[in-house]
Design a protein around this ligand. Structure first.
Ligand code: DX5
Ligand code: ZN
Length: 233
């Protein structure tokens, strides 16, 4: 290999390593054109499909369940990252596994026996995530962090897409990054809600690994270009 290529390759690998993962939230997709929306994500630089499940009890809204996810799963080989905003998620974990979920996140606020939920998700062969609401301190994750693969840090109150990013999330992300790094863990930090091309650089700088983006992607005039933009920030 010519020597001049070495720094170029090293820079490319470093970029790849430090690039955030992009997880567009299908909540903002046009469900009458779901196949087209999935095709667009498949052709894009999106890494994960973020799938928001709401029960009208834990959050004041209802979205979709395993049946829709099963259809979406058939359209893609990308990671299906399912975010459960539901009470009693243990009743449905297996249904989401069967629907094709790769990652399953449950809310700490909805799970009095969180450790059991995490064990169940992992025993079903999925990656386990814990989602936390904006008011929930990062310290509440302290005794579960070593058991999980992902923290879904809510940067809006869960229930709706298109809300404004809560700036305090940046502080929480820094704290969580420190906690993960100090313990030498590989837990990924996903930021969910109100992510835009404008605020993404500060979110990444605070230590996030994965950016969820609903409206920013699906309401853009050029969704694929917007995903690339988020990826390259
Ligand atoms: C909110 C959901 C989010 C939402 C993000 O309850 O968990 O995933 O779809 O949508 P935007 O990016 O539009 O805030
Ligand atoms: Zn979500």
């Amino acid at each position: 290999m010519p020597l001049y290529l070495v720094p170029i390759i090293i820079t490319a690998l470093l970029n790849l390593y430090f690039m955030p993962l992009i997880a567009p939230s299908l909540l903002a997709a046009n469900f009458l054109k779901l196949q087209d929306e999935c095709n667009m994500l498949n052709e894009s630089q999106a890494d994960w499909f973020h799938l928001d499940v709401m029960d009208g009890r834990f959050v004041p809204n209802i979205s979709y369940g395993p049946m829709i996810i099963e259809f979406i799963r058939k359209t893609t080989h990308k990671v299906c990252d399912v975010h459960l905003m539901i009470l009693e998620p243990e009743k449905f974990a297996e249904a989401f596994k069967n629907a094709g979920a790769d990652n399953l996140s449950v809310h700490i606020e909805a799970c009095p026996n969180l450790h059991r939920n995490i064990q169940q998700i992992k025993s079903l062969g999925m990656k386990a995530g814990v989602a936390i609401n904006p008011h929930t301190p990062v310290n509440d994750l302290s005794d579960i962090l070593h058991d999980i693969d992902l923290v879904c840090m809510m940067s809006v109150n869960p229930g709706y897409g298109g809300q404004k990013f809560i700036p305090h999330t940046l502080e929480k992300t820094k704290q969580l990054r420190k906690m993960i790094d100090e313990r030498g863990l590989k837990v990924q930090i996903e930021i969910d809600g109100g992510v835009t091309v404008e605020n993404a650089p500060s979110i990444i700088a605070s230590g996030a690994d994965v950016l969820v983006a609903g409206n920013t992607v699906f309401k853009a005039t050029d969704p694929k270009g917007t995903i690339s933009q988020l990826k390259r920030l």
